[in-house]
Design a protein around this ligand. Structure first.
Ligand code: FES
Length: 314
């Protein structure tokens, strides 16, 4: 049985408070800690490892193994070190946990578990995910493999106007649709997105290393050059880890914001560099042109996810 978020909590000798939140391991999707709010108006919330929960006799009561003295040694919750599951959008997590709706926290990636354990869970998650997704993924795989036999599509897509990107070094999302036609099937419209940053000189240097970036077709011919002095930079909306969509989020550690991928919590800075998480490479910079009227056009290049080097697929 799992506790309700308001369950009374007692130690071996006395009651110590009520469950106020639970903390979830985003990879195993299990509760790693319960957070107990001490009585009184001081708003002290202690973070208690789940192993300390001896028993949940009913939904309204939790019994801990420790004494109240030992309970007082558990760390006070640092709320800013966590995001809520609404921020990271882990699909169906609440369904799996069976806790009452309330604040369910996920550690901010910098404070996640040590690497070996995390790698273990990550590898297991990927393996299980791959098995489940294989039949569903077949049409997608077919779609992705098609470019191996076809020349890259280097057509330009207009995605919006740059006046929407007002502040420097803040991610702004443009959405667009592109048509895709499979043999014998009617054309389908696929929703896609890119993130554009109005980059300061420092960020441009971090992205381009002071050199223009060239993009090539299948034969190695240059199809476009992103000039290193153009302030607007477009990143593919697909996370290079396993291809999820990501968001721009502000947190205490990164008050100006970072790109945060909800699937396995990779974090990228405004230059697209990996700050934390399992992503194998930086966000993919797209060929992008901003014309005199401020219209933003891109070539919708796609690279293979999950590998260190960029391997172009589309
Ligand atoms: S897809 Fe895994 S971190 Fe983005």
């Amino acid at each position: 049985m799992q506790p309700q978020l308001t369950a009374k909590t007692r130690c071996s000798d006395r009651e110590v408070g009520k469950i106020s939140k639970v903390i979830v391991d985003p990879l195993s999707r299990e509760i790693s800690h319960v957070v107990v709010r001490e009585p009184g108006g001081q708003e002290i919330h202690r973070q208690v490892p789940i192993e300390q929960v001896q028993e949940v006799p009913n939904e309204e009561e939790v019994v801990l193994r420790c004494s109240s003295l030992e309970f007082g040694q558990f760390p006070i919750l640092d709320r800013d070190a966590f995001v809520t599951i609404h921020d990271v959008e882990i699909a169906h997590l609440e369904d799996n946990l069976h806790v009452e709706p309330g604040e369910i926290l996920v550690p901010y990636p910098r404070l996640e578990h040590p690497l070996p354990r995390r790698s273990f869970f990550a590898n297991m998650t990927h393996a299980i995910g791959t098995l489940i997704a294989l039949p569903l993924a077949f049409p997608v795989l077919k779609y992705l493999m098609q470019p191996m036999y076809k020349p890259y599509d280097n057509s330009w897509f207009k995605v919006g106007n740059v006046k929407k990107v007002r502040k420097e070094n803040i991610g702004y999302q443009f959405k667009f649709t592109r048509g895709f036609k499979e043999a014998f099937m009617p054309e389908q419209q696929i929703e896609k997105n890119i993130w554009v940053v109005k980059a300061t000189e420092e960020v441009r240097k971090a992205v381009y290393g002071g050199k223009d970036k060239k993009f090539h077709d299948n034969k190695g011919n240059v199809v476009w050059v992103n000039k290193a002095n153009v302030p607007y930079i477009g990143f593919s909306g697909k996370c290079p880890h396993l291809g999820c969509g990501y968001k721009w989020r502000r947190t205490k550690n990164f008050p100006n914001g970072v790109f945060l991928c909800p699937c396995h919590l990779s974090i990228y800075d405004e230059a697209g560099k990996v700050v934390d998480g399992p992503a194998p490479r930086a966000l993919d910079v797209l060929p992008m042109e901003v014309n005199a009227a401020g219209d933003v056009k891109i070539i919708d290049v796609e690279y293979k996810a999950g590998v260190k080097n960029q391997i172009r697929l589309l």
